[in-house]
Design a protein around this ligand. Structure first.
Ligand code: KG4
Ligand code: ZN
Length: 357
């Protein structure tokens, strides 16, 4: 019964081409809720971070993340509605991150969203987290439309996607081992910089020499769009342990700068190659690592040379937030994809498969 009503309402929204979505994100260590109109206009975007809770463990503790989401969800949603100056009566549909991410964390918002959608008899939209990251650019740049190449780099993903339309994704390349953000976080940990590591490496690198160390990257010269970061990470770990054993000082800034420059070179070269090979003239950056200052500088330089337009979101929209889920949810809804009340979360899975299901 619920699904029939929701389908009918979704049909009306698609005909109208307009909808106000309440979006909820809980895939990792931020609880976030947002109200987004027509996929581009953010009426509110409330983010409650758990970083202080996980800091003392040196990384996200999944069980603690789930419990923290449970306590944060209702106040965060209430604040998002209040800031958007609206009530649930003004909400046309609920968007929620279905995956990928920490399964327990995801399930908190998925269940909450199901309850809300059911109680209000409004459509429920399941969103792929990476599509959300890509859509941050649609919020930031109202004139931006597909087709484009997306370089989606976060703590869990490093993907190059051909984005032919709002809900049409082809995976061109991905990491064969660690995600770029994961490598940043692990290197930060071995250098004793703390969590979350990416931003710390970014800052420290500014005082370091990028040519101090050479780290090999075996996929770099291969004719594909894949990445590998675990070799570089291991090289850094070995280097630090060697220096420690010899009681030598660890040149943290030089190591950070050399590591970061290697990772960035790999990301930039492959993204530019993808755009050239496909013949697209636009690249968008997405995900937490898109906040990296060297990545932004280098890809800006390379895109200018190759006459490719470049888009990247402001730092607050690079890391996890619900506004991006509201944007992706709108396009998913307009594509006719709505979820039933038996919706489950998923921990892994690519964006291309998401739309092939
Ligand atoms: O997208 P995100 O918030 O969460 C995931 O979906 O994973 O990305 C978090 C990742 C972390 O690995 C973090 O260290 C990295 O993004 N990150 C950065 C920077 N800011 C965040 N990595 C490099 N440089 C940064 N400035
Ligand atoms: Zn993310």
């Amino acid at each position: 019964m619920y699904y029939e009503i929701a389908k009918e309402k979704a049909k009306n929204l698609i005909e109208k081409g307009s909808a106000v979505l309440l979006a909820i994100e809980s895939s990792c260590d931020e609880t976030s809720a947002a109200v987004v109109k027509d996929g581009r206009i953010v009426l509110s975007n409330v983010i409650s971070t758990q970083i202080p809770v996980h800091k003392k463990y040196g990384g996200v503790v999944p069980e603690i993340a789930s419990r923290s989401h449970v306590t944060a969800l209702v106040p965060v949603v209430e604040e998002a509605l209040e800031k958007a100056n609206c009530t649930l009566d003004d909400i046309d549909a609920i968007a929620v991150t279905q995956g990928p991410g920490l399964i327990g964390a995801l399930l908190t918002a998925v269940n909450y969203a199901k309850g809300l959608a059911f109680a209000r008899s409004i459509p429920l939209v399941a969103v792929h987290h990476i599509q959300g990251h890509i859509c941050s650019n649609l919020i930031e740049f109202p004139q931006l439309t597909p087709p484009f190449i997306a370089l989606a780099v976060s703590g869990g993903h490093s993907h190059i996607l051909k984005v032919s339309d709002y809900c049409d994704f082809t995976l061109m390349g991905a990491t064969r081992d660690d995600a770029a953000g994961e490598a940043f976080d692990k290197v930060a940990r071995v250098l004793g910089l703390g969590y979350p590591g990416g931003v710390k490496i970014d800052e420290l690198s500014k005082q370091g020499n990028i040519d101090a160390y050479r780290f090999s990257t075996h996929l770099e010269k291969e004719d594909n769009y894949d990445f590998s970061f675990s070799g570089i990470k291991t090289a850094v770990v070995n280097l630090v342990h060697n220096l420690e054993q010899k009681n030598q000082e660890i040149p943290k800034a030089d190591i950070a700068a050399s590591f970061q420059a290697t990772v960035v070179r790999m990301l930039v070269d492959k993204a530019i190659k993808a755009a050239k090979d496909v013949g697209y003239k636009k690249i968008v950056l997405a995900g937490g690592v898109a906040a990296n200052s060297r990545l932004r500088e280098e890809i800006t330089r390379m895109c200018r040379q190759a006459q490719i337009e470049l888009y990247y979101p402001s730092p607050v929209l690079c890391t996890d937030n619900a506004a991006m889920i509201g944007s992706a949810g709108f396009y998913t809804l307009m594509n006719g994809n709505i979820a039933d009340i038996n919706l489950n979360a998923f921990a892994t899975g690519g964006l291309d498969e998401f739309y092939r299901k």
